[in-house]
Design a protein around this ligand. Sequence first.
Ligand SMILES: Nc1ncnc2c1ncn2[C@@H]1O[C@H](COP(=O)(O)OP(=O)(O)OP(=O)(O)O)[C@@H](O)[C@H]1O
Length: 778
Amino acid sequence: MTEDYESDNSRVNVFVRVRPAKGKEEKATRQASVKSLRISVTKKSEKTFVYDRLFGEKDGQQAVYDVVGRPVIQDVLKGCNGCIMAYGQTGAGKTHSLLNMANGGSGTGEVNQPGLVPRIVTDLYISMAADFMGMFTVSVAMCQIYNEQIDDLLKPKNTNLRLTMTNDKSWEVDGLSWYKCKTPEYLLSVISNGRKRLVYAETEMNKHSSRSHAVLMIKVQRHNRSDVERKEQIEKEAAEQESDGEEGGSKAEVVLRGRQGILSIIDLAGSERVKKSKSSGIQFTEAKKINNSLLVLGQCIQALAFKKGHIPYRDSALTKFLEPSLRGTARVNLLVCVAPERTHANESISTLEFAHRAMSVATNPTVNEMTVCTSPKELIADLATAASVVQLEQTEALQRITGENMRMEEELKTLKGENEAAAKGNQQKATEIKDLKAKHADLTAKFQDLERDTIRITTEALVKEQDLRSERSKLDAERDLSARLTRENGTLKRQLSEALATISRLQGDLASQQTQLREHIERIQWIEESIGSHETGAAEIEGKMQCMVDILDQTSTKIEGLEGALTEARAKAHVLGERCHSDKSQWTSEKGVLHALVNSMQKKLAQREEEQRDFESRACAAAMAERILWNVLRECKEREIEAEKAQVKVGVEVSAKTKAAHIDSLDEWLKCGIPVIKWGRNNKPYPRLVRVSADGKSLEWMKMGGKGGWGSQGDRGVRSFPLKDISSINTSEAGKSAREVLYTVEVGLPERVVRMDLASPKGFLWFHTLKSRGLNIR
Ligand SMILES: Nc1ncnc2c1ncn2[C@@H]1O[C@H](COP(=O)(O)OP(=O)(O)OP(=O)(O)O)[C@@H](O)[C@H]1O
């Protein structure tokens, strides 16, 4: 610790100690090196100060002693005066650094570490013991400067002492008591007693704030051992002569040469801002006096640093007292204590500036030589005085000790009482401690369990973290995939919707083509039917014509009037025949075209078979309907022939019938009626026959097997509705097969609708006919 410090006797040596921060307050100081300290009031402005040595928060009392205390002791032993002074803001650690005696402290923390004084005392006696050629006398004096008044700390009644100028123009405390101390223990006990009389008070900034400047002086005198021994010899002889009653005695002079060094240790009271320390009353007066004396000290340092002619030592008791040290004949070590907290930054800066100035104060420590010449008579007189002083001191000490003893006895009594109470409490506490120990063991076990759990959980957490990482990377990959799939999905959706649109368009096309196909088929059927009926009709008409010609030939005379008509009929028949032929060839070609169209449609259908399976059934239904139609046509034809046979009575009639046959033969048949199911209002089925009325304007129906049939007038079973009142004719697919196709006719005005279902193939044909007549079939 000391190797980077070299003492400089030509000036005041300045050391800075920063105490540990209290609580969690923000710090303003920062140690830059072993010698420099940085301090900032705000974060932007920072100042750096360099000193002889810097002690940080971690540097303990020993380190401070090694640098600040030890070198001064060595100088004092050599006969120089030494001065160790602690300066700083209140609560910055001055008393802790100098006067901490670590008496009752049982702990090992920094607070319980002895300060400079006990270390100096120990070191002093060790050094003296090591010097065999010298004989040492150690004396101690203690005083305090309280409110500008000097009080003896070792003799309480010795108060308000005056400072008087000595021959060598330094100040001396008049009447201050000095105690010789042969052992370090005694010296320490004297210091401890003196400390007790120091004035302290509790302030806002320090619970144990010094209200006075404490001064401890240790005087160390060194004589040559041989001189002392000679002096002792002379004293002995003088004493013997005195006891023998000899007068005059020895005239030999005793010359004692030696050196004397006085070590002054000064724990200055801390400067304080009254606003911060919240001092009032006596404390306010104390603070004022303290601050004033420190101000004068600052002015003296300033004047000394700038080598001014006038140094205002006389302006305060403190500076008067310090004058011998500050004038430069002593070795001066200044320990400046600083609080690190930002709240104290301003005070710390002014402290540091003071310290910096102090470094410029020049010193030139000189050795104090002593030469004492005494005759035996004077010596004896001195001894007698000394003896009486000692006796007086002893009496005082005895009185003090007796008083102390009495007080201590009383304290002992009180303590005994407290002890008994404490013993009881102890028993209780012992049980509590036992319980606590058990709890502690329990808690320790739990803690160990917890520790194990923690390790396990930590390991698991690590594994999970790894898993999580891999999961995360998987997730990322899946996310990428998902994004890609979403993109593809979008494309596919678009393609699908396009495909669906195409399909629906195709379906529409197909439906319209199917409708067209159906219509073509119907038309073909109708054309084929017409062709068939016309062919047959033509052939039969020809046959009939021939027959009639024969009859006419045979009965030409009888039917001359009818000849023209017959010729006309023949011509017409011929035209008809020709027309039939031309129609036939035209229809045949149309049929070919239509067949080709059907073929192409069927090909298209076959191509789309797979996509349009639903429509297959419809195609089947169409095919089925075609077959049914052929059956119906056959049936119709038979009926027509029968009807015609029944009605051909005369040629004119036959001619008229023949004329209409190829147009309305189906109508004729329709007029016979077709079976339907009429649904009653009770929702029961009633079988009925339905037909279109003779004038073609209304729809008639009657009960199946009704009496009188259609012709009988006033038949109650016959009902008639104008065709215009047919509210709807619906084609509904009740089943999958074409046979099950239902045609529902709703007749009547909206207020009374009769529903009839036509399930037969005839119904199918009937409605197609109605449709071809312009009725709305949905
Ligand atoms: N280096 C340190 N380490 C630990 N605690 C410290 C240190 N320095 C000071 N302290 C503590 O800080 C408090 C104030 O210290 P101290 O009484 O020594 O201050 P002071 O400067 O003498 O104040 P005042 O001028 O008001 O007397 C004390 O409780 C002391 O134990």
